[in-house]
Design a protein around this ligand. Structure first.
Ligand code: SF4
Length: 413
């Protein structure tokens, strides 16, 4: 484990390197942004430390992100017209959406429509404005020493619906963030990104706001998004929380606080001195340790897990390009699993040769995965949206549906 003065020196040097590193162009102007709100709240140093490193991605992450961007661009083009609202900026797609991507996009629109109707119940669409993907800024309060407005923080919401109550002059708003991949997201009530976006919108509207609802639309995770409503008093509290986080982030020596959640998506994880210190301080795992010792060990080791996985994915990419990239690692050829290309022909052949009967073949050799069954139902019945197939499976096939017991998951409380 590093002694404290030495650790402090390493951290200070690393922070200076981060500050002096070349900075590629960035629409956020290298300032903290809403998408990193939760991370900078947990680890204030992570902002400086991530600058310039956001572009480092594995091939898998790039493909995952490209699919998400394509659906977002499609939504940008279609959301307004399909909700009878103004058009957003038109974006050209690099290729049409796949069936699966289209299904997610359609479900996003349906859920957005449902949310808009719920929040603006009884209000004509003609009075509602839709603003898409526009960056909003928070500025430092001008002082006598510095009269020029200084940007501090920004955020860009996927969709903002705004309605002005002519009687009070106040705005009622709905912010939607589309998450088009699978993966757990904090629900709207606790989502720091959405809370920051609500604050930015409130500032942009000069605090002339009666309420701002925020919601995550994530059709692959939930069919019924739950909005969270911020009224003016809560928006003031959220604003103060954001200012406190920014002050910690802008400190001359912001603090590092490694932890599973913040390190998971932190672009700075490969050169982070705090993680290095953590790794050096890890004792060898001891068999027979108590539950408390094991939990303490896991608390320490967890932030390193994602760095390990991403390092493996990165090395795999290097070795794919150049098998001799490093002397001590290689991509070992894998024979792959054998598979029957035509189950029906295989069945007929075995039965004809008296090597098996149909009942044994069906019971012992055929396992119907829910994913493949869903796809088969969608293709055969031309189902849109895809979740109609889930309904068929849950109702028509209910007598044959079972859930295999699994070991409970180990999660943090
Ligand atoms: S890797 Fe973790 S500890 Fe290091 S800067 Fe990022 S969030 Fe903070």
């Amino acid at each position: 484990m590093l002694t404290l003065p030495l650790a402090a020196t390493i951290i200070a040097d690393a922070m200076n390197d981060a500050r002096n590193a070349e900075r590629p162009p960035d629409e956020r102007e290298h300032l903290p942004s809403a998408s990193a709100s939760a991370r900078i709240h947990r680890c204030p140093a992570s902002h400086e430390f991530s600058i310039g490193l956001q572009g480092i991605q594995t091939a898998e992450m790039r493909e995952w992100r490209a699919a998400g961007n394509r659906i977002h661009d499609w939504l940008c083009n279609q959301l307004g017209p399909s909700l009878s609202l103004n058009h957003g900026p038109f974006k050209s797609l690099d290729r049409p959406l796949t069936d699966d991507e289209q299904d997610v996009a359609d479900r996003c629109i349906n859920q957005a429509r449902e949310l808009k109707s719920r929040i603006f119940d009884g209000i004509s669409s003609r009075g509602i404005r839709l603003i898409q993907e526009q960056r909003m800024w928070l500025y430092a309060v001008p002082t006598t020493a510095q009269s020029i407005l200084r940007k501090r923080f920004s955020g860009k919401a996927d969709a903002v619906f705004i309605w002005r109550d002519a009687a009070t002059g106040l705005y009622r708003c709905l912010i939607i963030d589309f998450k088009t991949n699978r993966g757990d997201q904090e629900e709207s009530t606790r989502n720091a990104q959405l809370r920051s976006l609500a604050v930015l919108l409130c500032i942009t509207l000069n605090w002339k706001v009666s309420s701002i609802d925020v919601a995550i639309v994530q059709p692959l995770v939930s069919g019924d998004p739950t909005p969270c409503c911020y009224e003016l008093p809560e928006l003031h509290i959220a604003h103060n929380m954001l200012l406190a986080d920014l002050a910690r982030c802008e400190a001359p020596e912001p603090e590092f606080h490694p932890g599973h959640e913040q390190c998971k998506f932190c672009p700075g994880k490969f050169k982070c001195p705090a993680l290095q210190d953590l790794r050096d301080s890890l004792e060898v795992f001891r068999v027979g340790a108590t539950a408390a010792e094991l939990a303490a060990w896991l608390d320490k080791a967890e932030p390193l897990v994602h760095a390990y996985d991403e390092a493996r994915a990165g090395l795999r990419e290097h070795l794919n390009l150049n098998p001799d990239a490093v002397p001590n690692w290689e991509l070992k050829p894998n024979a792959g699993d054998r598979a029957i290309t035509d189950p029906r022909q295989a069945h007929d052949t075995l039965v004809a040769a008296n090597l098996m009967d149909t009942a044994t073949f069906l019971q012992k050799c055929v396992k119907v995965g829910i994913g493949t069954l869903t796809k088969g139902l969608v293709d055969y019945n031309q189902l849109k949206p895809k979740h109609k197939a889930d309904h068929i499976i849950n109702t028509v096939l209910a007598p044959f549906l079972t859930r295999e017991p699994k070991n409970p998951s180990l999660v943090r409380k």
